[in-house]
Structure formats: structure tokens, C-alpha cells
Design a protein. Structure first.
Length: 273
């Protein structure tokens, strides 16, 4: 796989999954523009990539703010001459709330960064991609929460599920321009703020038991998958979801049934008895 000579934008690309994606794209030949909010982390990320002899630069950007996104897109084109790939990775779950206690301001903030931010970044990048006839690639980084229940995280789950509708619509709309749109759906993945060693022992045991691969993912796992979706030779792959979760998604229904069956009367109460 190669993206040699391409220019790739990675939002939230200064650490975690975003940095894993930025590094994979840069190692495969892309010039990488990291759009992120924290200048010190972005500077460290760029320094690490340049230390490998790779081409990268950082642009301050809050993906949920239109002015930031448009300015970052203009700065990226001024620096690299074009944009060919946009990976909308910036996001976050925020604080957990039960529905009855969910503050509207928290709902709006979570939806803005996870869903509206992807829309804004895709729009800004497509404006440049559409000026040429060699296509492009849009990749939205979603979550298992988009398809599996996430109690007390309804805003995050709704926003990530919303990426599905956005990407499917863009895949159909932009196909005549040769621009592809796909979803990268990570499972449990190690990052700077969350790892199997930092969660309660019971949760660590539970999550590992639910993953056939027997481990959490790494940013490099997601980087390889993003590279696949960004590869310009992948012209016939659009509007799809690529789950990179060690098999977690195929086990989830079985685990839910097993859990329910371990509680006397649960299946009967749910109408399955």
C-alpha cells in the first residue's frame, strides 16, 4: 500500500490513534498535516515524524469550529499545494450522564466534536479535492459505540452512529468525482489516556475475554487500516465500514446473550423465554 506523493490531513493526529494514522500515512509516502488543538503535542508529533525523515507539519485547529477548520485547510494547501486524504479522527466521549441528567451543553459539545467536526473537515477538504480530477479519500474514525449499546454515553453513541449516515451519503454524492468515503471503526485500543493496564481489573478481564484476538488494539493497527482506506488504488471501495477490533464486533451478540442467560429470569423478562 502506498500514498506516495499524496497530502493527508489527520485531525486529532497529535497522539493516540490519530498519531498512529499520521505515522502510517507518512511512512507510506504522504505529506501529513496534523490538525489538532494542543500546539505542544502537535509540535512533539511533528518532531517525531521528521526525526524519521518524514514530511509533516501541524496546524492549530478545533475540528468543531468552522473558522478553525477553514483556516487549517487554507494553510495546508498553502504549505503542501493540495489535499488528497482527510481522516476525521478528532473526537471524544466526554463525561458520562444518565439521560434524565444529561446537560444540553454536554450533548451539543460531544456531537459537535464527533459529528459536526467530521462534516466540517470533510467539506473543507473536498472543496480542494474537487478542483482536480484525480479523486481523494475521506475516512471517518468511528467507534464500536456506533453499533453497540453505550449506557450513559448516548451523545457519543449517537454522534458516532451519525457518521454512518454522513459517510454513506457522501460516498454516493462524491463517487462521480472519484472521491471515496469510508468508516474506520476501532474496538478497544491502547492510547495515551486508556489502556488495559489502566482500567479496573474486572473490566480488563471482561474486555480481553470479549476479543478473540486476545489483546487490545494499538494505534499502529489502526494506522495500517487507515492506510488501506486511503490508498488511491482502492478505487472500488466506498461507503463501507472497516471494523478493526480483533473480532470484538462478531462476539458482542454472543456475549450479550451469555450475560443475560447468567441472570435468572433475564431472557424471560425480555421476551425470549
Amino acid at each position: 500500500m502506498t500514498v506516495d506523493g499524496r497530502v493527508a490531513v489527520v485531525t486529532g493526529g497529535s497522539d493516540g490513534i490519530g498519531f498512529g494514522i499520521a505515522r502510517a500515512l507518512a511512512r507510506a509516502g504522504a505529506s501529513v498535516a496534523i490538525w489538532a488543538r494542543r500546539p505542544e503535542r502537535s509540535a512533539d508529533a511533528v518532531a517525531e515524524l521528521r526525526g524519521e525523515g518524514l514530511v509533516a507539519d501541524a496546524f492549530g485547529c478545533d475540528a468543531g469550529h468552522e473558522e478553525d477548520v477553514d483556516a487549517a485547510a487554507a494553510a495546508t494547501v498553502a504549505r503542501f499545494g493540495r489535499i488528497d486524504i482527510c481522516v476525521a479522527n478528532a473526537g471524544g466521549g466526554g463525561r458520562q450522564h444518565a439521560l434524565a441528567d444529561f446537560p444540553l451543553k454536554d450533548w451539543e459539545r460531544i456531537v459537535r466534536v464527533n459529528l459536526t467536526g467530521a462534516f466540517l473537515c470533510f467539506r473543507a477538504c473536498v472543496r480542494d479535492m474537487a478542483t482536480r480530477d484525480d479523486g481523494g479519500a475521506l475516512v471517518a474514525v468511528s467507534s464500536a459505540a456506533a453499533v453497540h449499546a453505550s449506557p450513559d454515553m448516548s451523545a457519543y453513541a449517537a454522534a458516532k452512529a451519525g457518521l454512518g449516515g454522513l459517510v454513506r451519503s457522501l460516498a454516493a454524492e462524491l463517487a462521480p468525482l472519484g472521491i471515496r468515503a469510508n468508516i474506520l471503526q476501532p474496538g478497544w485500543t491502547e492510547n495515551s489516556t486508556m489502556s488495559v493496564d489502566r482500567v479496573p481489573d474486572a473490566l480488563a478481564v471482561e474486555t480481553l475475554a470479549s476479543i478473540p484476538a486476545g489483546r487490545w488494539g494499538t494505534p499502529d493497527d489502526l494506522g495500517t487500516a487507515a492506510l488501506y482506506l486511503a490508498d488511491p488504488t482502492l478505487r472500488y471501495h466506498t461507503g463501507a465500514v472497516l471494523a478493526v477490533d480483533g473480532g470484538y464486533s462478531v462476539m458482542a451478540p454472543y456475549l450479550a446473550v451469555r450475560q443475560a442467560s447468567s441472570v435468572p429470569g433475564t431472557l424471560e423478562r425480555r421476551g425470549h423465554g
